[in-house]
Design a protein around this ligand. Sequence first.
Ligand SMILES: Cc1cc2nc3c(=O)[nH]c(=O)nc-3n(C[C@H](O)[C@H](O)[C@H](O)COP(=O)(O)OP(=O)(O)OC[C@H]3O[C@@H](n4cnc5c(N)ncnc54)[C@H](O)[C@@H]3O)c2cc1C
Length: 313
Amino acid sequence: MATTVHSIPLQTDVPIPTWFGIGGGADALASPRSTDELLACLDMDPGCRVLGEGANLLVHDAGVGGVVVRLAQGEFRMVEQLPGRDGEPDSETVVWRVGAGVDLRRLITDSVRQGLGGLEGLGGIPASIGGALVMNAGGSFGQIADVVRRVFVVSRRGARLTLERDAIGFGYRKSGLGEYIVTGCEIGLQQGDPAKLRERLKEVMAHKKVTQPMAADSAGCCFKNPTLGRTIENIGDAGERVGAGLLIDRAGCKGLAVGGAHVSAQHANFFPVAQGARAADVIGLMEEVERRVFEAFGVRLEREVVVWQREGA
Ligand SMILES: Cc1cc2nc3c(=O)[nH]c(=O)nc-3n(C[C@H](O)[C@H](O)[C@H](O)COP(=O)(O)OP(=O)(O)OC[C@H]3O[C@@H](n4cnc5c(N)ncnc54)[C@H](O)[C@@H]3O)c2cc1C
């Protein structure tokens, strides 16, 4: 059912769109168009969950209670170029202010078209800017933290804050933004040659297509690449970050299935689902893979995919 609360569009008992395409819905989904409306959502439910593109998200079959907030309208979709300011590091840098609900892939295409470099290494990553910042999305060719200058957030108590890049604690697939709701950011892009940038973007996307099952329903990599605590023959040295997919493959999990979810034969860290699969299948598969990798190598995999579950379930 669609309604408005304090003039904020609100749907009740509604599916949550994720890239897995499975799982339960939200008791309430609010779509604020401004930070003021977002603050009103926080009044309704200070613990509200934030949905981006749903590309790193698995929602439990029973769905979730409380309010889910989606920042996909109004000011959250805006991209604006800031005028040059005194004290800018160099004239080659162009600064864009970007709303949290902007589609990363769209932003990459627009920046490359305008001959602005910095985002092309993230080609093919499905994300909202908010989700990309929280997860510090990236891969072999860069991470979003590389272009971030500052991030705009609201705290759960409703304070509007600006966080400078160096205070955010960006690391491998993590940030210190988890306790906040990201409303937008400023990124610095470098003037470049549009043709060369387009070529680079094509290469990055081609590499992704060859190495990952991009067309399958999944959340990308289910686990973070771990840093080895000890040397493992034919895998890596102590202190080295190695592919979780390599460990999953070597533990003999390729092709392993639970219900409608299976370990991809193309990339063992992707767990695509078939139509009719349940979130419980993916969770069961993750648990089985965790168990087998630990048994084989003594490595505890850390989940990259975020799982939403109803309180008390
Ligand atoms: C085919 C495929 C390929 C992928 N390839 C890559 C890859 O190469 N590299 C990579 O890093 N990731 C990859 N991913 C995973 C995914 O693209 C990233 O994790 C991305 O950053 C998720 O962004 P999102 O907007 O979809 O976030 P969601 O999945 O919607 O949410 C993820 C988490 O971020 C939180 N969140 C979202 N928006 C906000 C906000 N505004 N404020 C506060 N919290 C927020 C959510 O509450 C949740 O906890 C891939 C996924 C798929 C499906």
